[in-house]
Design a protein around this ligand. Structure first.
Ligand SMILES: Cc1cc2nc3c(=O)[nH]c(=O)nc-3n(C[C@H](O)[C@H](O)[C@H](O)COP(=O)(O)OP(=O)(O)OC[C@H]3O[C@@H](n4cnc5c(N)ncnc54)[C@H](O)[C@@H]3O)c2cc1C
Length: 338
């Protein structure tokens, strides 16, 4: 297997790792991470590589690619379906299985690349729903205490694109995730106008699970948000920035914004970028803004990691210069001075 990280990331950039291991089971993953910690080797835990940008010089340490899988098992229908899935299972494959078997709660997260184990890290979300709504607990190896720990939903510290796992990124190796989902035919309420329109339902109404998945995949496909080897716009990490949360007084006139629930407002990062002079298809050296979605920075073929980083910095500077608002990266940078 190639140790070049460009072969393991959706940006298709990143130099070689000094060591590259694949963990197929929990004991192997714990052994690999403990051994590296003991040797004080830097560790990069890797899922599908769809939310990281690794430097061109690579990773000077041990990469552990998580391939602990698992099907829907341990279903206890009395409690509405407790389903435990290994960290390395492909996320969208799991969503597909839930929809086919009639488990409700993750259908609007269809088409998000990556693994089940990485999903709690940034509390993946789309179309008004996020992972936190469907999870009951996360089991992880604590690299500081050197023991396996289980966090209930409320202990995971979920918030908008974050969690305790993201805040302590060097501490936890996620082993599996337990979901609590009801069985049924209808989805969670549809909260996103474009999705409601595609399904021909009112917002807050429910729709058949399979139709929701199909509609989400179709919308995402049009935006270059489903990995497609024939679509260079999908050589990306999805949205590069999160939507900034600011005081009402800081919301620019005319900006697309929503109450964030804590008295502040979430502003569309896409709106900020477009109104600061960043446009779809814009290039800097070989890196390019997606032709379909301004928030996605892409590698249309020849871009290096440093060129993608330079384009990200340009976006941040333009938004800061025009609006005095700091864009925060959703993507984790690996090996950059920041
Ligand atoms: C086309 C596209 C569309 C996307 N759309 C969305 C979207 O709609 N919503 C959304 O929220 N995200 C989206 N993303 C981002 C990305 O898919 C998610 O963040 C996903 O959860 C990353 O999973 P991964 O396995 O690829 O993680 P990786 O990129 O491999 O890793 C991400 C981080 O998690 C850590 N990590 C991975 N596995 C583990 C583990 N088992 N234990 C501990 N740490 C771990 C890594 O060290 C790294 O810090 C999109 C990305 C792309 C490319």
């Amino acid at each position: 297997m190639s140790t070049n990280l460009s072969d393991h990331t959706t940006f298709k950039v990143g130099g070689p790792a000094s060591e590259f291991f694949v963990a197929k089971d929990e004991d192997e993953a714990i052994r690999l991470v403990s051994e590296a910690d003991q040797k004080k080797l830097p560790v990069l835990i890797l899922g599908g590589g769809s939310n990281i940008l690794v430097t061109d010089s690579g990773f000077p340490g041990r990469v552990i690619k998580m391939e602990i899988t698992g099907d829907i098992r341990a279903v206890d229908s009395c409690s509405g379906g407790m389903i435990t899935i290994g960290a390395g299972r492909d996320w969208d494959d799991f969503v597909d299985e839930c929809v086919r078997k009639g488990f409700v709660g993750v259908e609007s997260l269809s088409g998000i690349p990556g693994t089940v184990g990485a999903a709690p890290i940034q509390n993946i979300g789309a179309y008004g729903h996020d992972l936190s709504e469907a999870t009951a607990r996360v089991r992880a190896f604590d690299r500081v205490a050197k023991e396996i720990v289980t966090f209930s939903q409320s202990e995971c510290g979920y918030s908008y694109r974050s969690s305790r796992f993201k805040e302590n990124s060097e501490r936890y190796l996620i082993l599996d995730v337990t979901f609590q989902m009801k069985q049924g035919e209808l989805s969670l309420p549809i909260l996103y106008p474009e999705l409601a329109e595609a399904l021909d339902v009112e917002e807050e109404e429910r729709a058949p699970l399979g139709r929701v998945r199909e509609a989400v995949l179709a919308i995402r496909g049009r935006k270059g948000m489903v990995i497609d080897p024939n679509d260079l716009d999908t050589n990306s990490a999805g949205s590069f920035f999160t939507n900034p949360i600011v005081a009402q007084s800081q919301v620019p006139d005319g900006a697309t914004s929503w109450p964030s629930g804590d008295g502040r407002f979430k502003i569309s990062a896409a709106w900020l970028m477009e109104n600061a002079g960043i446009s779809k298809g814009m290039k800097l050296a070989n890196a390019r803004i997606s032709s379909k979605h301004v928030l996605a920075l892409t590698n249309p073929g020849e871009a290096s990691a440093s060129e993608i980083k330079a384009l990200a910095d340009l976006c941040t500077e333009k938004v800061r210069g025009k609006f005095g608002i700091e864009l925060e990266r959703e993507v984790r940078l690996v090996g950059f001075a920041q």
